[in-house]
Ligand binder design. Structure first.
Ligand code: GCV
Length: 830
C-alpha cells in the first residue's frame, strides 16, 4: 500500500477531522502564537563532568508547552521524556494551545508527510493549529526527530517556520566497542567497560542505557558491545541472557544490540570437532545458536566477524573462502532479519619485510576483491577507510571501489588509537569528510565513497570515565561520526559548531574558539607526527602512542616506511613497486602513479623518493619534514593559550580538565617534533636549513648536570630523549643541580621528565633553597619504560633568575618509577 492510500485508510478509521479525538476542536480553529519560551540556556555556573555530553539540557523556567505523545512504543516514551527534560514541560494526552506532538505518521493523518524513509523524521510547525509536530514512519524515527528538534531549539534556530524532512543517508549506522568481557577495552582510553566486568555483564546497566541515549541522539541504530577479537563465551547459553539485559537497556532508545563472534565457536563452546563453514553440523550449530539469540533478543541486529586476521581463526583453516564464512552466518541470521558484517581487515602480520614486492596495503583488496558478488544479500564487508590501519593520513582503501557487487560498510575509528589516544586533540571529521567525498571514479563515473557504502561503522570504545572518551573535546568525534553517518553532506565545521554549542553553550566566543581549535587539530597532529603519508611514525610494536620510527621497519607487521640514508617511502607504483596503486580504478591509479599528479600529502605512501626530492610545495622532502614538525609543534603551543581565552565562559571543571590536556599535548608535541627531526637529521645527514633540528640552545641536558645519586641511562628508541639519554635514580632520593649562566630576567622553566605507569615518583625543583614546584609523576601513560610514551613536561612560568643562580631537581622514586629526567629548558617568558 502506498503512503497515500495508507493515509486514507487511517482517515476512515478516525473520522473526518483526521485528527485523533484527543485534539479539542477549539484548538483546531483558533490562532495562537507558538511559544518556545523555556528554552535551554546553558549556564556556565554549574560544575560539570562531561557526562551529559551534548545533551546538556538546562531549562531555566517552567515551560507553558505541553508534550503530547501519540502511541506507546518505548522509543516514543523516551522521546517525550527527552522533550520534557529539554523543555521543562509536561507530558499530557490532551492538546493545549502550545503543544509539541510526537508520534508516527499513522497517528498524524491531518497532514501528509511525503518523502519519509525508515528511521527518518519530519519536523513541522503548524502555526494555525498551534502545533509542533515530530513524526516518522517508525518509533525510532520519531526519537531521531525529537533529538533533531531539541538540537534546533538548543542552537537557537527559528522553530516557528520549521518544515524539515530528514532521512539517514545509509541504513547501517553502527558503533563497534572493542570491550573485553573482563572489563578491559582494547584501544579504549576512557576507562573500563560500561558493559562488562570479570567475565560477566555488569549488574548495573544504567550507563549502558545512557550511552544508547547518546547514540540515538545522533542517529546510531546499533551497537556491537564486544571486541572484534571476540571471546567465544559471549555465545554461551549461560552468557546470552546477560547480553539480553544489555539489549533491554538499549531498546528504549531504538539502538539494537549486535555481537562480535569467534568463528571457532562451534568447536570452542559447541563441543564439535570442527568449525568448517561448509560442514552441515556447523551450519546447524550456527542456525540453532542464532535462533537461541533471537528468542532472547527479538530485535538483535546481527554479528560482526573478524576472521583470518591478527591471529584470529577463520575459513582458511579449512581452505574455505571469506564469502563462504560470511554466508554461513548471514544465512543463519536471514530468517530473523539480521545482518552479518565481515571485517575486511585481513592481512598477513608475518610478512617478509625483505621482499620489496610485499605490501600490507594490498591485503584487503587481494583478500576480498576475488569474491566480489559471492556474498549473501544480508552480508556486508566492513572496510577500514585506509589500506593500513587508521593512520593520521592514508589514501582511501581501493577495496571500496572493487566491491561493486557486494554490500560494504565503511569502518572509521572514533577512539584515537593512532591519533593521540584522546590525550591529543585531533578532530577527525575533516579526515572522514575527505574519505566520504573521495571520488573513486568507479567505471569512470562520479562515485564518492559515501555513495558506494551501505553503512558507516565507528569504533567508539567509550568507557566508564564520566566524559565517556576520557577527554571532553574528543567527544566531538563521536558526535561527528553519527552526524556524518546520517548526513554526509554536513561540513566538518558545521558539525563542530553545533557540537560545541550544545556541549559548552551558545556563547559566540566559546563556539568560535572551540570550533577553530577542533578544526585546526588534525592538520596540527599530522604535522608533528607523520608527514607526507608516511603513517603516524608511532611505536607500532607497543602503545601506538609516542614516536618510535624504526618500530615500523624490519618486522612482519608491514607498516614499513623504507627509510634509508638516501631516501624514504614505499614504492607502491605499478611500474617499479608493489603494484598497490594498480588496485584503484584507472583515473585514480593514474593520479597516484604519476609523481606530477600525486598529492604531496600522500607522496611517500605511494613512492620511494630521495630526501632531496622537491615537492609540489617547492620544498625538499627533508626540509618539509623539519618545517612541518616545527610549525605544527608551535601551533600546538598555542592550543592552551587559545583555550585560556574561555576562562569564565565555560564551567570551571571542564575548563581546567581541557586546559590540562592541551598543556600536556603542547609538551608532547615537542617530544614528537624532536624525535622525528633528530631521527631524520641523523638518517639523512642533511641539516635543517633553518638551523633548528638538533640545536637546542636553551636546553640543559640532565646528564650534563651535577648528579648526586642519579645515573645516566640510554633511552630506547634513542630519538625519544634529547641526546638519546636520561638520568634515573636508583636510591631513595637523588638530585641533579646546575648553575644558571644567562642574564637576569623572567624565565619559563620546562622540566622534561618521564612518568611511567608503575608508580608515582616525586619531583621538586628548587631555586637556591626555595621550592619552585613540587609534583608527582602520577599520570597513566601506556608504558613502564622510558620512551616517547612516558616523556612529559611541566613548565614553571615567570621565574626571576639571576646569573649564577643554582637550581636543583630532586627526584624521589616510587615503585619502579625511577624519577627519570631528560632535560631542562629555560626560555625568556613571553
Ligand atoms: C581489535 C589494529 C588494532 C587492534 C585491533 C585491530 C582490528 O591492529 O591495533 O587493536 O583489534 O586493528 O581492527 O581488528
Amino acid at each position: 500500500m502506498t503512503r497515500k492510500h495508507w493515509g486514507r485508510e487511517a482517515e476512515k478509521k478516525r473520522g473526518h477531522s483526521g485528527l485523533p479525538l484527543i485534539f479539542p476542536p477549539r484548538l483546531m480553529q483558533q490562532g495562537c502564537p507558538l511559544f518556545f519560551a523555556a528554552l535551554l540556556t546553558l549556564s556556565a555556573a554549574n560544575a560539570e563532568t562531561g557526562r551529559q555530553a551534548w545533551l546538556r539540557y538546562q531549562p531555566t523556567q517552567k515551560s507553558t508547552q505541553t508534550i503530547v505523545e501519540l502511541g506507546n512504543a518505548p522509543e516514543l516514551t523516551s522521546a517525550s521524556q527527552e522533550l520534557s527534560l529539554a523543555l521543562g514541560a509536561r507530558i499530557t494526552h490532551t492538546l493545549t494551545n502550545n503543544s509539541v506532538v510526537l508520534g508516527t505518521v499513522d497517528q498524524m493523518n491531518f497532514a501528509s508527510f511525503p518523502g519519509l524513509q525508515p528511521g527518518g523524521y519530519c519536523l513541522r510547525t503548524i502555526p494555525t493549529k498551534h502545533l509542533s509536530v515530530i513524526t516518522a514512519l517508525d518509533p525510532p524515527g520519531v526519537l531521531h526527530g525529537t533529538f533533531a528538534w531539541i538540537r534546533h531549539l538548543t542552537l537557537g534556530d527559528n522553530l516557528s517556520q520549521l518544515n524539515e524532512t530528514s532521512n539517514p543517508s545509509v541504513p547501517i549506522r553502527w558503533v563497534n566497542e572493542w570491550d573485553n568481557l573482563d572489563g578491559s577495552i582494547e584501544r579504549g582510553y576512557g576507562g573500563r567497560s560500561i558493559f562488562f566486568e570479570s567475565n560477566n555483564v555488569l549488574p548495573d546497566l544504567t550507563r549502558a542505557g545512557r550511552y544508547a541515549r547518546l547514540l540515538a541522539s545522533i542517529g546510531i541504530n546499533s551497537c556491537t558491545v564486544n571486541n572484534v577479537n571476540a571471546n567465544p563465551r559471549v555465545l554461551t547459553s549461560e552468557f546470552l541472557p546477560q547480553i539480553a539485559r544489555v539489549a533491554a537497556a538499549f531498546r528504549p532508545w531504538g539502538v539494537k544490540l549486535s555481537l562480535s563472534v569467534d568463528f571457532a565457536s562451534p568447536k570452542t563452546i559447541g563441543g564439535l570437532d570442527t568449525f568448517d563453514p561448509l560442514d552441515p553440523r556447523i551450519i546447524a550449530w550456527w542456525n540453532a545458536k542464532t535462533e537461541e539469540i533471537y528468542r532472547l533478543i527479538p530485535d538483535f541486529a546481527g554479528f560482526v566477524l573478524k576472521a583470518d586476521s591478527e591471529g584470529r581463526v577463520g575459513p582458511s583453516t579449512y581452505g574455505r573462502t571469506h564469502a563462504e564464512a560470511a554466508n554461513l552466518l548471514a544465512n543463519a541470521l536471514k530468517p530473523h532479519g539480521g545482518i552479518l558484517i565481515y571485517r575486511g581487515f585481513v592481512y598477513d602480520h608475518h610478512a617478509d619485510w625483505r621482499n620489496l614486492k610485499n605490501d600490507r596495503a594490498r591485503a584487503a583488496y587481494d583478500n576480498f576483491a576475488p569474491f566480489n558478488g559471492q556474498f549473501a544479500e544480508n552480508a556486508f564487508v566492513q572496510v577500514k577507510h585506509g589500506p593500513i590501519d587508521f593512520q593520521a593520513r592514508e589514501p582511501v582503501s581501493p577495496l571500496i571501489a572493487a566491491l561493486t557487487k557486494t554490500h560494504e560498510t565503511l569502518e572509521l575509528q572514533i577512539t584515537q588509537e593512532y591519533t593521540g589516544q584522546q590525550r591529543h586533540l585531533c578532530y577527525l571529521a575533516p579526515m572522514w569528510k575527505q574519505v566520504l567525498d573521495f571520488d573513486l571514479r568507479v567505471g569512470g563515473a562520479h562515485t564518492p565513497v559515501g555513495k558506494l557504502v551501505s553503512g558507516l561503522v565507528g569504533v567508539a570504545n567509550v568507557g566508564r570515565d564520566d566524559n565517556w572518551l576520557g577527554a571532553d573535546l574528543a567527544m566531538a568525534n563521536l558526535y561527528a561520526f553519527g552526524r556524518l553517518a546520517w548526513q554526509p553532506s554536513l561540513t566538518a565545521e558545521q558539525i563542530a559548531r553545533e557540537w560545541a554549542a550544545q556541549t559548552f553553550g551558545n556563547n559566540r566566543r566559546v563556539v568560535d574558539t572551540i570550533t577553530q581549535l577542533e578544526m585546526d587539530s588534525w592538520p596540527v597532529y599530522e604535522g608533528y607526527t607523520g608527514p607526507l603519508g608516511l603513517g603516524t611514525l608511532t611505536d607500532i610494536l607497543r602503545g601506538h602512542y609516542g614516536p618510535g620510527i624504526e618500530s615500523a621497519e624490519r618486522n612482519g607487521w608491514g607498516q614499513w616506511i623504507r627509510a634509508g640514508h638516501e631516501g624514504i617511502g614505499m614504492d607502491r607504483t605499478v611500474a617499479t613497486g608493489t603494484g598497490f596503486i594498480g588496485q584503484y580504478p584507472p583515473e585514480v591509479a593514474h593520479m597516484y602513479e604519476s609523481l606530477k599528479e600525486c598529492p604531496d600529502e600522500l607522496v611517500l605512501f605511494m613512492h620511494h623518493l630521495p630526501y632531496t626530492y622537491v615537492l609540489h610545495s617547492g620544498k625538499t622532502i627533508i626540509q618539509h619534514i623539519y618545517d612541518s614538525h616545527y610549525a605544527a609543534a608551535e601551533a600546538a603551543q598555542q592550543f592552551p593559550e587559545r583555550w585560556r581565552t574561555l576562562n569564565g565562559l565555560v564551567d570551571q571543571e571542564r575548563f581546567t580538565a581541557v586546559l590540562n590536556r592541551l598543556a600536556y599535548q603542547a609538551g608532547h608535541a615537542i617530544v614528537w617534533r624532536d624525535a622525528i627531526c633528530s631521527w631524520f637529521l641523523r638518517e639523512s645527514g642533511i641539516p635543517d636549513s633553518a638551523g633548528r633540528a638538533g640545536h637546542f640552545p636553551d636546553r640543559i641536558e640532565a646528564e650534563a648536570m651535577q648528579l648526586s645519586g642519579y645515573a645516566m641511562t640510554d633511552v630506547t628508541p634513542w630519538e625519544d630523549a634529547s641526546g638519546g639519554k636520561a638520568i634515573t635514580c636508583g636510591l631513595a632520593n637523588c638530585t641533579a643541580a646546575f648553575a644558571f649562566h644567562g642574564t637576569a630576567g623572567k624565565y619559563d622553566i620546562a622540566v622534561q621528565y618521564f612518568d611511567v605507569n608503575t608508580g608515582a615518583a616525586r619531583f621538586t625543583l628548587k631555586l637556591g633553597n626555595d621550592i619552585l614546584r613540587s609534583w608527582l609523576a602520577d599520570d597513566h601513560f601506556p608504558t613502564k619504560e622510558l620512551n616517547g610514551d612516558s616523556s612529559t613536561r611541566i613548565t614553571i612560568r615567570n621565574v626571576k633568575l639571576r646569573p649564577e643562580d643554582t637550581m636543583t631537581l630532586e627526584g624521589t622514586p616510587d615503585n619502579g618509577d625511577r624519577a627519570a629526567i631528560d632535560y631542562l629548558e629555560i626560555r625568556r617568558s613571553r
